[in-house]
Design a protein around this ligand. Sequence first.
Ligand code: COA
Length: 434
Amino acid sequence: MDINKLYKSKLKTAEEAVNYIKSNDRVVIAHAVGEPIYIVDKMVENYKAYKNVEIVQLVPMGHSLYAKEEMKEHFKLNAFFLGGNTRDAVYEGRGDFTPCFFYQIPTLFRSSLPVDVALVTVSPPDKDGFCSLGTSCDYTKPTAQAAKLTIAQVNKKMPRTLGDNFLHISDIDILVEHDEQIPELPNPKITDVEMKIGENCAKLINDGDTLQLGIGAIPDAVLKFLTNKKDLGIHSEMISDGVVDLYEKGVITCKKKTLHKNKMVVAFLMGTQKLYDFVHDNPIINMMDIEYVNNPIVIGQNDNMISINSALEVDLMGQVCAEAIGLKQFSGIGGQVDFVRGSAFSKGGKSIIAFPATARNGTISKIVPFLQKGSAVTTSRTDVDYIVTEYGIAHLKGETLRTRAKNLINIAAPQFREELIIEYENRFKEKFNN
Ligand code: COA
């Protein structure tokens, strides 16, 4: 096979490529910073050619112009996760949200949600014609494999990551060459409260443990308290810059892992250019699809698996809402439940849900008697294990409803404890006693 000839035969401009998208198609966009932003924007510019194109994506990191009010006849958002640019589309009724565990999304694309067009980003092909999907293997690779038509933006700035993360050019229908900066997720500013939460979480982590870290300031704060640990491992749907720092300090070695020893197993990457430079051609990074990385049975094969995620609200039974504020869908399920359950399968595993005890400048308690009306339970009370705030650690797994409520009140913000105690005393017909 003449790779050069094959490559050239598939090249088109973005304007030509988006003409292959038809009205009523289901278009799945690569996850997070794997989004081919140039092509997606060209698709939106071509809006007059379409009616009712369904746009499906998990974390959106591009401009999401298809979600604007004026595009509603042309595009219909069907989101697995919402961000700042897409939240209103669902809230205002011109878009939809589909609840799904992250690891099951590729199954949907092969069954009830068949994919007409996949839009992905790849690094330039190697001499044998293999392109790396770079920052996003997750559902992106299985989608490209399941789609009737795959359009790939070849971007020289996309790092070439290793693992099971390659598409051969013969499996891509259309290639569009366009280099652009991979979006960067700036390192979050970590507050004193988040530092305290990080310190509390770190108390549950031992040398040799394998970690999953969700998005945001809290995972980064946890990493800051792990500098004196040894031989930590990574099996995580995503990693960010904090993991690079700990690897460079010799804290993350992956030497004690019981699955994929000496490798960081990851499904997607999101951080700054420092992370993208680190992962480029780096054999310690083993990118794999989400069906594998987030499958709870696979996660559970890591002994001492510790998952750390966050939440918006937790009720006194330990029901965790991580995705909605009342009826308003805020984000999505992501991999939270995959890792809560996977950690439960792991010998020595623990799952941690960590968050500040209050929101909105201390005016709202995130530990509440009842979840807000219309809210969704992301992690059930039966799955939940540890809850951590700046006030301490509450262990819930295996505990009675009474003990759970007590443990949670003890880590709520002091100014909200009184009202929680009133609910405790009504519910359990006894005086609250620490
Ligand atoms: N009631 C009302 N508003 C609340 C609230 C509550 N109980 N808790 C938080 N908020 C508001 C905050 O004030 C903030 O508002 P702002 O954007 O106007 O400042 C907003 O909700 C976000 O809260 P914050 O605590 O800053 O969220 P975060 O960035 O730390 O993210 C989650 C927390 C739960 C939203 C995030 O982890 C998530 O989306 N998780 C999804 C599930 C998951 O964990 N998946 C695995 C990783 S993908």
